[in-house]
Design a protein around this ligand. Structure first.
Ligand code: ZN
Length: 251
């Protein structure tokens, strides 16, 4: 995969993402039994985050490393802005989440009893915050033949209760990378489990205007986030969703 970049940007990518993550990537793809340290999980998360943003960038070209389940080859409109902000020296955004699972089509056996879905909304918050929530999944082959399954979502003003994280079939690496991480502690997903994992996110769940500052939407498995948001505080859903009442019926 290549994204056109000048010499300065290539050096920046190497110094800030590639070189710091090298040991963590090797240990992970080797399924090494020595846990990653906090510094290593952070470097791995930053590398996966940066790589995903570049993969979703409109100017990305070339072959995507990954598995055949990859459906969404369309890029994220927001990736261009996020890469620019990253380049200006900021950290990956907090509203970017990265999950990781391990799958083995040969002898993996972890799978859920159903195929849960998370419906991703578009939000509009105060002060121009918010935007469309998007997600992508890709796989990286590991040395043993198993697959490292990576899932990245950008979800402005949204919190996500990921069903695979909840059942400990996946680990969240960003935000808040774990203090220690051993890839061998992740169960191996079956073919069914891997497909379930890769199809968790569904885009286009509608538009929510957040009436109050600092409000966020929570996305739970198989729940319509709009209905959930408007009923959670005992509010009624506004007839015109674009101009909700900003009454004081909060809490
Ligand atoms: Zn440049």
């Amino acid at each position: 995969m290549t994204v056109p970049a000048c010499e300065d940007c290539n050096k920046w990518l190497n110094d800030n993402f590639e070189r710091p993550a090298h040991a963590a990537i090797t240990k992970t793809l080797d399924e090494c039994d020595v846990p990653l340290t906090y510094a290593e999980t952070t470097a791995l998360a930053r590398w996966l985050g940066k790589t995903s943003l570049l993969l979703q960038h409109q100017e990305a070209k070339g072959i995507v490393p990954g598995d055949e389940d990859r459906r969404q080859r369309d890029c994220w409109e927001v990736a261009t802005r996020l890469v620019r902000e990253l380049r200006r020296g900021s950290e990956l955004p907090d509203d970017l989440s990265i999950w990781m699972a391990r799958a083995d089509d040969t002898d993996g056996n972890a799978e859920l009893s159903t195929s849960p879905r998370i419906y991703l909304p578009t939000t509009s918050g105060t002060g121009g915050l918010g935007g469309e929530s998007v997600a992508t999944s890709f796989g990286i082959g590991m040395r043993s033949g198993a697959m490292l399954c990576v899932q990245v979502a950008y979800h402005p003003l949204v919190d996500i209760a990921h069903p695979f994280e909840g059942s400990r079939f996946a680990i969240r690496l960003w935000p808040d990378p774990p203090a220690k991480f051993n890839i061998r502690n992740l169960p191996r997903l079956s073919t069914v489990g891997r497909r379930q994992f890769n199809s968790v996110f569904v885009r286009g769940a509608g538009h929510i205007t957040l009436p109050l500052p600092d409000e966020r939407v929570t996305c739970r498995p198989d729940v319509d986030p709009l209905m959930d948001f408007w009923t959670h505080w005992g509010r009624s859903m506004p007839v015109d969703e674009q101009s909700p009442e900003t009454g004081s019926d909060h809490e």
